[in-house]
Write a protein that binds this ligand. Structure first.
Ligand SMILES: Cc1cc2nc3c(=O)[nH]c(=O)nc-3n(C[C@H](O)[C@H](O)[C@H](O)COP(=O)(O)O)c2cc1C
Length: 188
């Protein structure tokens, strides 16, 4: 089974990359195939609501999104991480989410995949919980099965994530919950 991790930050080596790398390391150690998608340097444009995904079953925008959508469609589990920007998820991650509309319109291709969310902000209470919920909203609207960290809502850290031991424990608990749920749904 495959777990795809998405780092929704424009920074290649920042806190989100650290959180997704750690989450995917744990998933790999537990026997899952993993794929790491970083939005740092990704070529992504916003959805223009042109309806082509409804009328022609295709998206006319030529950028990295076709590849990202096929990775997401091939996943059993998805773990998405965002920096908190003005109290909610990054524009980069929101752009990705909006561009997954073709997957919903053409057969709910993310339905029943297991999803989990991570967030990091510079402030201790900078909007991480709301950011996690915003990621959950995308997952619910795709019909995904959403899990938290077995305690609260998901993985929440304060920048720099690699120095936030308590926060990183919630990241680890979240990915373990994701793996546990996949194991229960389709035991190997
Ligand atoms: C435009 C912008 C808005 C931000 N707003 C918040 C905020 O509302 N709350 C907060 O805690 N941190 C905020 N930050 C700090 C980022 O959350 C922090 O730099 C980020 O989580 C680091 O992740 P990265 O290292 O993966 O890029 C903001 C940063 C930027 C650039």
């Amino acid at each position: 089974m495959k777990i795809v991790g998405i780092s929704g930050s424009p920074n290649q080596d920042g806190s989100n990359s650290h959180m997704i790398d750690r989450a995917l390391d744990i998933a790999r150690q537990r026997g899952f195939e993993v794929e790491n998608i970083s939005l740092a340097g990704a070529d992504l444009s916003p959805c223009t609501d042109c309806h082509a995904c409804r009328t022609e079953n295709s998206c006319p925008i030529e950028d990295d999104m076709a590849g990202i959508n096929s990775s997401l469609a091939s996943a059993d589990g998805i773990i998405a991480s965002s920096p908190v920007y003005f109290g909610t998820l990054s524009g980069q991650l929101k752009m990705l989410f909006d561009r997954t509309l073709p997957l919903r319109r053409n057969g709910f291709l993310l339905k029943d995949k297991v999803g989990a969310a991570l967030a990091v902000g510079t402030s201790r209470n900078g909007g991480q919980e709301y950011t996690v919920w915003s990621i959950h909203a995308w997952m619910h609207i795709h019909g995904m099965i959403v899990v938290g960290d077995n305690n609260h809502f998901g993985g929440i850290t304060q920048k720099a994530a690699n120095t936030d031991e308590v926060g990183m424990k919630t990241v680890e608990d979240t990915v373990n919950k994701l793996c546990d749920t996949l194991d229960r749904l389709a035991p190997v």
